[in-house]
Design a protein around this ligand. Structure first.
Ligand SMILES: [Fe+2]
Length: 289
C-alpha cells in the first residue's frame, strides 16, 4: 500500500509551508478506512515499522500501558485543557518523535492541536523583541508543583515520590538533577514539591532550527500550577505573556480525530496541546528517541 498526499480542513500555510502534511492510503478497503489500524497492537506495528528506538516516558502525568510501547496519552479528565508543550522538554532527554493514535474519537472537542515552534519564536521576535532579547540574555526561572498525593484528576498527577521512584528526599533531589535537569527541589510539609528550573533559556537551537522549546505557560491553563519569572525574580510583562498566548492560537492547527487516525509529531520542532473533550475519547501515544 502506498500513500497519497491529501488535505485536512484545518491545515494552514505557515512560513510558506502547508502544515501539517496529510497522507492517505493509496487504496481503501470496503469500509473506506484504508490503513486498517484499529487496535493498540496494530498501532504498535505501525510505530515499529519506522525502526526508531522506544523511549521511556518520565513525565509527571499518568499514562497506562495498553500494548508493547503504546500507552494512553493522558489519564487526566477530558474536560481539562492540556496546554501547548514539547514532550518532556524539562527533562535532560526528550523524545524526537511522538506518534498519536485515535482509538476512540471525542464526540465533541478533544482535538489535538499542533503549532511549529520556530513560528512561535519568529512571531515573538516581531511582537515583543525586547522581551525575547532579555529572556535570551538573562534567562527565566520556571517552577512547577507536584501534588501532595496522587491526583488522577490533575494533568500533573504524580507526587515527587512516584515521579522519582523513591521516598528519600536526598536521593529524590539527586535523581531530579540527573534526569529532570531541574536546579533545585523544595519539599513541602504537606507532601507536595516544587521543581525549580533555571536560569534557563526557553529558546533552543535543535537540528539547526531555533525553536521556542520550553513553555512559559501553565500545562493546564491554570496559571497557579506554575511560576515563571525573569532570572532576577521580576515578573514577565503581561503584554509578552499575552503575545505568546495569541501567537499559539493564531498559528496552531486543531486536528479533529477520526478513529484510526495517526499523527506523527516532530517533537524537536512542533508543540502539541489537548483541547477539552468528552468521554469516551481515547488517544494512544508512543514516543521514540
Ligand atoms: Fe504531551
Amino acid at each position: 500500500m502506498g500513500f497519497l498526499e491529501g488535505k485536512t480542513a484545518e491545515e494552514k500555510v505557515l512560513g510558506g509551508t502547508v502544515f501539517p502534511k496529510v497522507l492517505h492510503p493509496s487504496c481503501t478497503d470496503e469500509s473506506g478506512t484504508g490503513f486498517q489500524v484499529f487496535s493498540p497492537e496494530d498501532f504498535a506495528r505501525v510505530v515499529e515499522s519506522f525502526k526508531w528506538d522506544e523511549m521511556c516516558y518520565m513525565g509527571a502525568t499518568t499514562r497506562v500501558k495498553v500494548a508493547h510501547r503504546v500507552h494512553t496519552a493522558n489519564e487526566a479528565p477530558l474536560h481539562q485543557l492540556i496546554n501547548f508543550h514539547h514532550e518532556m522538554s524539562l527533562l535532560k532527554e526528550f523524545p524526537s518523535k511522538i506518534f498519536f493514535f485515535c482509538s476512540v474519537p471525542s464526540p465533541e472537542g478533544g482535538e489535538t492541536s499542533i503549532v511549529p515552534s520556530h513560528i512561535i519564536l519568529e512571531k515573538m521576535e516581531e511582537r515583543v523583541p525586547e522581551f525575547v532579547r532579555r529572556l535570551s540574555e538573562t534567562g527565566c526561572i520556571f517552577s512547577f508543583k507536584t501534588p501532595k498525593e496522587e491526583d488522577s484528576g490533575a494533568v500533573v498527577s504524580k507526587t515527587w515520590k512516584t515521579l522519582l521512584q523513591t521516598d528519600d528526599q536526598v536521593e529524590a533531589e539527586n535523581r531530579a538533577r540527573a534526569m529532570i535537569a531541574c536546579d533545585s527541589v523544595v519539599f513541602n510539609q504537606d507532601g507536595s514539591a516544587e521543581f525549580i528550573f533555571g536560569p534557563m533559556n526557553p529558546i533552543k537551537e535543535l537540528e539547526g532550527k531555533r525553536v521556542w522549546f520550553r513553555t512559559i505557560l501553565s500545562y493546564t491553563g491554570n496559571e497557579r500550577d506554575v511560576e515563571v519569572s525573569f532570572s532576577d525574580g521580576s515578573p514577565f510583562p503581561v503584554e509578552a505573556t499575552n503575545a505568546y498566548k495569541s501567537i499559539l492560537e493564531e498559528n496552531c492547527v486543531d486536528l479533529s480525530w477520526q478513529k484510526g487516525d495517526i499523527l506523527l509529531v516532530d517533537n524537536l520542532s512542533v508543540q502539541h496541546a489537548r483541547r477539552p473533550g468528552k468521554p469516551p475519547r481515547v488517544i494512544l501515544v508512543s514516543i521514540c528517541k
